[in-house]
Design a protein around this ligand. Sequence first.
Ligand SMILES: Nc1ncnc2c1ncn2[C@@H]1O[C@H](COP(=O)(O)OP(=O)(O)O)[C@@H](O)[C@H]1O
Ligand SMILES: [Mg+2]
Length: 263
Amino acid sequence: MLRLPPQTPDAAVIDARDLVKRFDGMTAVDGMSLQVGRGEMVGLIGPNGAGKTTLFNLIAGTLKPTSGEIRIGGRDAAQDRPEQRIGLGIGRTFQIPRPFLDMTVLENVLAGAQRQDGESLFANFLRLAHVRRQERAAVEKARALLAFVTLSHLEHEPARVLSGGQRKLLELARILMADPSAILLDEPAAGVNPALLETIIERVLQLNAGGTSILLIEHNMDMVSRLCSRVVAMAIGRPLAEGTPAEVARNPAVIEAYLGAMA
Ligand SMILES: Nc1ncnc2c1ncn2[C@@H]1O[C@H](COP(=O)(O)OP(=O)(O)O)[C@@H](O)[C@H]1O
Ligand SMILES: [Mg+2]
């Protein structure tokens, strides 16, 4: 086992500082800082093109920043690949879920399982019984998570039969396989029918009550107000305002940014 340096007890789960991400010719994230505390639920809003999803990609490690710092659980994670960040406790869902369409719902959830012993294939080969035990435990856990997201009845169906909202719930179950300490949700309400949206909101509340930190990108301000005590607004890659949902929603700079993006 690799020994990791001790964590500062009060360190933010996510601590992004002065992040910049340039794509050739355009700057998507332009000096963005954001902290999410342990057990905190933070909303991230801003007009389309503000850089919200790019910021998620930087935190999850699917993109490398042009400059800036990212600490996860108090540790410098800037060089860590996405799988390593999952190991550090980051789970993220996508704005448009991309399940393996031909795999069953259960198999999709199992795909979120991290290898538990981190050992080589050969070591596993010598310990097949041990591996089988792990697999059985993983299937049990995946089934429990499918029950949690109300998809048990679809366990053996291919993921392609799921509605948009069900795919978002499936993604949630998949990332929960790795026991994340922080979850990044990218527009979980978009395109979801009201009944399923209620399920998503309830499950996010339950996860947060259990201590999971949540960073939520969402245009649905009703959902943001119900879930988040603190909201950060960004526009053109930069922080614009921060406060309670009500404070941010009536902030003139935020209103102007949304109107500007619509024009
Ligand atoms: N891979 C990429 N290559 C080039 N430009 C990108 C890429 N990803 C995002 N962008 C651009 O970065 C800006 C921010 O996009 P995005 O982070 O998706 O915003 P948001 O999620 O707030 O709508 C947009 O102008 C978008 O076109
Ligand atoms: Mg986006």
